[in-house]
Design a binder for this molecule. Structure first.
Ligand code: FAD
Length: 327
C-alpha cells in the first residue's frame, strides 16, 4: 500500500498550520504513488466529526480519531503505531516543529523505520517517496530513499505549503488504543500559544528583527518603536538566540527552527547572520542590516549594511521615518 499517514495538532478548535501543510504535502505525494493521505488526531470532545472531516479540504481522505492527551508525543506515537499496524501505511509524514520531531523519532524507534528530519522537499521516484534535506550549511542536498515497510519524513517547519481543495470531506474513523504505561505518565498542565502582536509575521510587508546585539530584553523596545514608526503591515521578528534567552516569544523566531519569511523589507538589528537565521529570511526582497561589526556575516547577503551602534541608529531611524510621514 502506498498510503501516507500524517499527524495533525489542534488547539482551541483550530488545526495547526504546519500540520495542515503536512496533510497537503502528504495528499499531493500520495496521489503520485497511487495512495491516499490519512491523518491522525488525538484529543477529547473538542474533536467533533465536523472538525475532523474538514481535513478533507486539505486532501486527507480518512481521519483516525483517538481519545487521549493532545499536545504530547508519546500518546500520538501509540496511536500512529497502531494505525500503521492495522492499515499498513508506507510513510508517516510530519510538518516539523519540536512535537513533530519527537513523534517522528519515537515512531521510527518503535517501528524500526528509517527517518529523515529537516526535509524541505518530498518527491515521487519509481512509485516510492524520496526525501530531500539540505546539509552542510544548506550548500548541498542529501537524498533519502527508504528500505523496509515504513519511511518517516519530518519536514523543516513551514516547509510544506498548505493547499486547500474544494469540497473535500474526510471519513472519520474512531480508534481504540491501549496506551503504553509510560504514555500517560506526563500530563498537560497548561497549553498556550504564543502569538505575535496583531500582525501575521509571515504575511508582514516589513519585518524589523532583533538579535543578541540588542543587549537585553528591553532592547526590543527600540525594535518595537521602529516597527511602530513604519506602521501598516509591519511586525517584529527575532533570532533564536534571543528567543532561547527568553527575550522575545518563539512565535517571532525566524530561521531554520522558526519561521520562513519573505517580506518586502527585512531590517536586521544586532543580528550576526548565522546560516540557521539566513535560511529563514534570505528570500526577503530587501535586506538592511545594522551591526557594529563590519565583518558580521549578515553583510554578505544584505542589500544595505549600516556599521554602527543600533542603540544610536534605531531611535534616529524611527524619528526620521515619523518625520517623513508627518511631513
Ligand atoms: C540546529 C540549529 C538551529 C538553529 N535555528 C535557528 C533559527 O531558527 N533562527 C536563528 O536565528 N538561529 C538559529 N540557530 C542559532 C544560530 O546558529 C545563531 O546562534 C543565532 O542566529 C545567533 O543569533 P544572533 O544573531 O541574535 O546573535 P549573535 O550571533 O550573538 O550576534 C549578535 C550580533 O550583534 C552585533 N552587535 C552587538 N552589539 C551591537 C550593537 N550595540 N549595535 C549593533 N550590533 C551589535 C554583534 O556584532 C553580532 O554580530 C540555530 C542553531 C542550530 C545549531
Amino acid at each position: 500500500m502506498a498510503d501516507v499517514l500524517t499527524y495533525v495538532l489542534h488547539f482551541q478548535g483550530a488545526f495547526n498550520k504546519n500540520s495542515l501543510g503536512a496533510v497537503s504535502e502528504g495528499a499531493a505525494r500520495a496521489q503520485e504513488i497511487g495512495g491516499q493521505c490519512h491523518a491522525v488526531v488525538v484529543g477529547g470532545e473538542d474533536l467533533s466529526d465536523e472538525l475532523c472531516s474538514s481535513l478533507g479540504a486539505y486532501g486527507a481522505t480518512r481521519v483516525f480519531r483517538a481519545a487521549g492527551l493532545e499536545g504530547l508525543a508519546q500518546p500520538v506515537i501509540d496511536v500512529m503505531a497502531k494505525v500503521i499496524d492495522d492499515h499498513g501505511h508506507s510513510y508517516a509524514l510530519f510538518g516539523g516543529g519540536l512535537l513533530g520531531f519527537e513523534i517522528g523519532a519515537g515512531l521510527a524507534a518503535r517501528k524500526q523505520a528509517g527517518v529523515t528530519m529537516e526535509v524541505t522537499q518530498v518527491r515521487a521516484e519509481n512509485g516510492k517517496l524520496v526525501a530531500e534535506r539540505p546539509i552542510l550549511q544548506d550548500s548541498k542536498v542529501s537524498v533519502s530513499r527508504y528500505r523496509g515497510d515504513l519511511g518517516i519524513i519530518i519536514g523543516r517547519i513551514n516547509a510544506f505549503e498548505t493547499v486547500t481543495r474544494d469540497g473535500g470531506s474526510a471519513e472519520v474513523v474512531d480508534v481504540d488504543v491501549d496506551y503504553s504505561p509510560w504514555s500517560n505518565q506526563a500530563t498537560m498542565v497548561a497549553r498556550g500559544e504564543q502569538r505575535g502582536a496583531d500582525v501575521d509575521i509571515e504575511g508582514a510587508d516589513i519585518l524589523v528583527a532583533g538579535g543578541r546585539g540588542l543587549g537585553k530584553p528591553e532592547g526590543f523596545e527600540l525594535v518595537e518603536q521602529l516597527a511602530a514608526a513604519f506602521g501598516g503591515n509591519t511586525a517584529v521578528a527575532a533570532t533564536r538566540a534571543v528567543v532561547d534567552a527568553g527575550w522575545y516569544p518563539y512565535a517571532a523566531q525566524i530561521g531554520q527552527t522558526g519561521k520562513t519569511v519573505s517580506p518586502k523589507l527585512y531590517l536586521a538589528a544586532g543580528i550576526s547572520g548565522a546560516i540557521q537565521h539566513k535560511v529563514g529570511m534570505q528570500s526577503s526582497e530587501n535586506i538592511i542590516a545594522i551591526n557594529k561589526d563590519a565583518n558580521a556575516p549578515i553583510f554578505e547577503f544584505s542589500d544595505l549594511g549600516v556599521v554602527g551602534d543600533l542603540n544610536k541608529i534605531l531611535p534616529r531611524l524611527a524619528d526620521a521615518i515619523k518625520a517623513k510621514k508627518g511631513g
